[in-house]
Design a protein around this ligand. Structure first.
Ligand code: ZN
Length: 136
């Protein structure tokens, strides 16, 4: 596993894109809405890993609820894996809980799944696998 990206919840991509472009010295390479998840994402490529800014598209979205409860800040850590199905099996056997055990389409051409923060010290953890990449 490697840290594929850090997800950061923001109130406004308009404001935060300006901030992160200034901070990182580069523009985002992609902005993408995942309507099913109620988020618009903005990605910055840092070479080894990425930053994903998350803005809610509606008040019911999980990101909107996170912002209400905790305010802006780190929302999740995403680990890149070669084979998401094998990792889900491995982690289930090790006693970890998942929000949903079925990988689904995420932003940036990924299959994603979230572990339940209850089983990971209160941290929301995402596993992601590049789509179309054959597991080795
Ligand atoms: Zn993510």
């Amino acid at each position: 596993m490697k840290i594929e990206h850090l997800g950061i919840a923001v109130k406004s991509l308009g404001t935060s894109d300006d901030l992160f472009a200034k901070l990182l010295g580069k523009e985002n390479y992609k902005q993408e809405t995942v309507e099913r998840e109620g988020v618009t994402t903005s990605f910055y490529d840092l070479g080894e890993s990425k930053i994903e800014l998350l803005e809610a598209t509606n008040p019911e979205s999980p990101v909107a609820k996170f912002l209400d409860k905790r305010g802006e800040g780190i929302h999740h850590i995403a680990f890149g894996v070669e084979n998401i199905y094998n990792e889900i099996e491995r982690l289930k056997k090790a006693g970890f809980l998942f929000i949903s055990e079925e990988p689904k389409d995420g932003a940036d051409n990924k299959l994603i799944v979230f572990l339940h923060p209850k089983s990971t010290n209160g941290i929301l953890i995402e596993l992601c696998q590049e789509k179309g990449e054959e597991p080795s």
